[in-house]
Ligand binder design. Structure first.
Ligand SMILES: [Zn+2]
Length: 83
């Protein structure tokens, strides 16, 4: 999930699109982490991006709470999710 932009053409293109070319940064899921903010990275990797089964929105859910109920902020769809 963590991408090294120097060795990943797809991630590289993504960074160029976001105007982050040349900045040390990681792309984790949909999140860009600029610089080497380890706490931020750790926070992000404790979560997983899942798709709402109804509207396909990408939602970030925690992986450390077992089975949870997720409410989609866009369409209010509620569904069960387990890591
Ligand atoms: Zn939804």
């Amino acid at each position: 999930m963590e991408k090294d932009v120097n060795n990943d053409p797809e991630a590289n293109a993504e960074f160029t699109r976001r105007g982050l070319r040349g900045v040390p940064a990681f792309l984790i899921g949909d999140d860009v982490v600029v610089g080497l903010d380890k706490a931020r990275i750790l926070q992000l990797v404790d979560h997983r991006v899942v798709k709402c089964s109804q509207c396909q929105s990408r939602l970030r859910v925690p992986t450390d709470r077992g089975s949870i109920k997720v409410t989609c902020p866009k369409c209010k769809n509620v569904f069960d999710w387990a890591p």
